[in-house]
Write a new protein. Structure first.
Lengths: 114, 117
């Protein structure tokens, strides 16, 4: 069964610090990997999307990496801000592109403390 | 509107009641998805529409769940005879693309939080 595992489940860091969130997947055949940010009470918002050939992509203070060989991805947040407090969800899709071809991780709940 | 909207934002239903959840996708978006998100979990796929056609309903957990998109824009997710295990956030997402839908960006609505008492 296709799976997406994220770690840690939750993380608390001080404002201004950096952090890295991990995503391991067993989804195949792999098409692309996305990181979403979900604020409490809101829908997920896309941060990055990476295909097989891309191994890093940045969006402001967010940098995602992808190792398609080891099936691992990370999301690095630089100089964290209070507004970064949210759940970060890793989503992997399969090449077949069916509607159910997106597999969502459970998310990492990040709390930024002042 | 600029994004996907959903209504109501919160719904409390007594067990056994029927509920209807509405999704207004981004104008012009062909694809529409419904997801169920339990507390502390990632979204789980329920069903998918391409325009007015419901092409995949494999994620609907039981025949109490029914979705429609009669004119290819607004969609309604209906849950009959609600049970406590139906309590969750129901997310709607729309996408510009059709086939190969997972390669296109999905834009999510804020969700409807359903609580069944």
């Amino acid at each position: 069964k296709n799976q997406v595992e994220q770690s840690p489940q939750s993380l608390i860091i001080l404002e201004g610090k950096n952090c890295t969130l991990q995503c391991n997947y067993t989804v195949s055949p792999f098409s692309n990997l996305r990181w979403y940010k979900q604020d409490t009470g809101r829908g997920p918002v896309s941060l990055t999307i990476m295909t097989f050939s891309e191994n890093t992509k940045s969006n402001g203070r967010y940098t995602a990496t992808l190792d398609a060989d080891t099936k691992q991805s990370s999301l690095h947040i630089t100089a964290s801000q209070l507004s970064d407090s949210a759940s970060y969800i890793c989503v992997v899709s399969v090449i077949s592109g069916g509607a159910d071809g997106l597999t969502f991780g459970k998310g990492t709940h990040l709390i930024i403390q002042p | 509107g600029a994004g996907v909207s959903q209504s109501p934002r919160y719904k409390v239903a007594k067990r056994g009641q029927d509920v209807a959840l509405r999704c207004d996708p981004i104008s012009g978006h062909v694809s529409l998805f419904w997801y169920q998100q339990a507390l502390g979990q990632g979204p789980e796929f329920l069903t998918y529409f391409q325009n007015e056609a419901q092409l995949d309903k494999s994620g609907l957990p039981s025949d109490r769940f029914f979705a429609e998109r009669p004119e290819g824009s607004v969609s309604t997710l209906k849950i009959q005879r609600t049970q406590q295990e139906d309590s969750a956030v129901y997310l709607c997402a729309s996408s510009l693309g059709r086939l190969g839908v997972t390669t296109y960006e999905q834009y999510f609505g804020p969700g409807t939080r359903l609580t069944v008492t």
